[in-house]
Design a protein around this ligand. Structure first.
Ligand SMILES: N[C@@H](CCC(=O)N[C@@H](CSC=O)C(=O)NCC(=O)O)C(=O)O
Length: 281
């Protein structure tokens, strides 16, 4: 498991780094960004995984969200993976922004020609935490997950499918019910095939209905001027399913905000406070 450091910049007293490594689940070279807060020099600290949206790499959240200041004061390691395998030479992988490269959708593909590489669910929930816990001063008992849009969907499904693995979850403008929206349908059909029952294993609205684990406290953040809200994101479907299943959820609506990183940067501090309640308990 050879990690190669490819960037390192001091930020808010800690270090913002980028690494590359050979991924066994994705069978390609992957990059991830990692922020080490000042206290990581002397002790193990909690970890937050951030999952990004369509078209993103490990760079977008690292450079646009202003998260380092919050990770520094809370003493959290931040891990920011890429959003798909890269350079696998699969026919069609670079044809659209919402499927293939930059659009791994955090599933384990079952269909050819994607199933050899497009295993982002295993990468995020198994391979990457093993690597982070082995190579960095990360406390494996204190990890949380958050994300944006496709990455918000990823954060919700990783959390709901692995009760107790993550202490908390939050999401900005997540794709809450991918089996019902165009982005989700395209990705789930392409990676999982045409049996729509199999899609439900990766749909937060379906998963929450059968959640059986420790008490949870889900935070969803949503701009009211988000152009993807009504067709793609469908947070009201998720909230209704949570209500039905008696699972607590907060849907925080933000008047006039859109889908961009300007919006994320405005409220990222509140999300760190949400996670700090659980990670520093
Ligand atoms: N080009 C597309 C939409 C692309 C887009 O908005 N990507 C978002 C995530 S959307 C859901 O996963 C993003 O985070 N972009 C990167 C950034 O730095 O803003 C279109 O407009 O239709």
């Amino acid at each position: 498991m050879s990690l190669k450091q490819i960037a390192c910049n001091k930020s808010f007293g800690g270090l913002q780094k980028v690494f590359s490594h050979e991924s066994s689940s994705l069978k390609c070279t992957m990059k991830f960004a990692l922020y080490l807060p000042p206290e990581a020099e002397s002790r193990k600290v909690p970890v937050i995984y951030w999952l990004s949206g369509l078209e993103c790499t490990e760079q977008n959240f690292m450079t646009k969200a202003g998260a380092q200041q919050h990770a520094a004061v809370n003493n959290f390691i931040l891990v920011i993976p890429d959003t798909s395998p890269r350079g696998c030479n699969i026919p069609g992988e670079d044809e659209s922004y919402d499927f293939g490269t930059g659009a791994g959708f955090y599933v384990d593909a079952t269909q050819d020609p994607w199933k050899t590489n497009y295993n982002m669910y295993s990468y995020i929930t198994q391979e990457l935490p093993f690597l982070i816990n082995s190579e960095f001063p990360a406390d494996p008992e204190r990890q949380s997950i958050m994300g944006h849009s496709m990455g918000g969907h990823g954060a919700l499904i990783c959390y709901l499918k692995n009760p107790g693995k993550y202490r908390s979850v939050s999401a900005f403008s997540p794709i809450c019910n991918p089996t019902q929206g165009p982005w989700g349908k395209k990705a789930l059909k392409g990676y999982l095939g045409s049996d729509e029952e199999s899609w439900k294993d990766y749909d937060a609205t379906c998963l929450v209905a059968k959640y059986d684990g420790p008490p949870i406290d889900i935070l969803i953040d949503q701009g009211t001027d988000d152009k993807f809200l009504e067709k793609e994101l469908l947070p009201d479907n998720f909230v209704a399913a949570c209500k039905e299943a008696q699972v607590p959820v907060v849907l925080q609506k933000r008047e006039g905000y859109d889908h961009s990183y300007f919006y994320i940067a405005t409220f990222i501090g509140e999300h760190f406070k949400h996670h700090a309640k659980y990670l520093n308990a």
